[in-house]
Ligand binder design. Structure first.
Ligand SMILES: [Mg+2]
Length: 231
């Protein structure tokens, strides 16, 4: 059965968040010599762990957006024994630099253009309204749809059913005729499946794939998605 509506995730599905994040950290690392007490790899690894934990806390409402933006730097520095009182400044600078490094995931633009010719599309993203709106603008996604579901605007994050319920309503499509394309198994694939949608899992950003994890379609190159939807 063909889908009648296709939703796309944003980060690491259409926009290469990981490369932008890493490039921004390299710049931050060069700008603040205090950080160079440890290797860039050690810094990034610690930051990613702390950032992941803070996002979980944010999801539970235990920290707010502002705290998340500087605590991921101050907490990482504390763990690595780096004394620096500028975490708020570094956090703010990071967001500016991060934006400079945005670009499309390889093949995603062409795939979206092709899919949008044949299907109505929309976008669902976890994240902060201000940043995600800027990403939408940068990618020019408003050419393709006016349906954008941003978690901060709803007050809960994927895989929360409220996100998918609202997206279902906006699509005016039966649940089992909606396909969700995303890279996160826990947020996108589980969330979509629980909502009664179909799912296409983009795995190019994964180091390894657990074979017990399934989706209606699994792909690591965008032309495969286009073939799947156009066949
Ligand atoms: Mg994603």
């Amino acid at each position: 059965m063909k889908p009648e509506f296709v939703y796309f995730d944003l980060d690491n599905t259409l926009l290469d968040h990981t490369s932008a994040e890493e490039a921004a950290h390299e710049e931050i690392y060069q700008t603040y010599p205090d950080l160079q007490k440890v290797t860039l790899e050690a810094w990034l690894q610690t930051y990613k762990e702390i950032n992941g934990e803070l996002w979980l806390k944010y999801q539970k409402g235990e920290v707010d957006r502002h705290e998340l933006h500087y605590s991921r730097f101050s907490d990482s520095m504390a763990i690595l024994g780096i004394r620096n009182g500028h975490s708020e400044e570094i956090g703010a600078n990071y967001m500016q630099i991060y934006r400079k490094h945005w670009h499309w995931v390889e093949g995603a633009k062409e795939a979206l253009e092709s899919v949008a010719e044949r299907y109505p599309v929309g976008f669902i993203t976890n994240g902060f309204q201000e940043t995600q709106r800027k990403k939408i603008e940068y990618l020019g996604l408003d050419k393709f749809s006016d349906i954008f579901i941003i978690s901060e605007e709803i007050g809960v994050m994927k895989p929360h059913p409220k996100v998918f319920d609202q997206a279902t309503e906006k699509s005016h499509t039966e649940r089992n005729r909606i396909l969700y394309v995303g890279d996160s198994y826990s947020s996108d694939i589980i969330g979509g499946r629980n909502a009664g949608w179909r799912t296409a899992w983009y795995t190019a950003f994964m180091d390894e794939i657990d074979e017990n994890r399934t989706a209606d379609f699994i792909f690591d190159e965008f032309p495969s998605l286009v073939n799947y939807l156009n066949s």
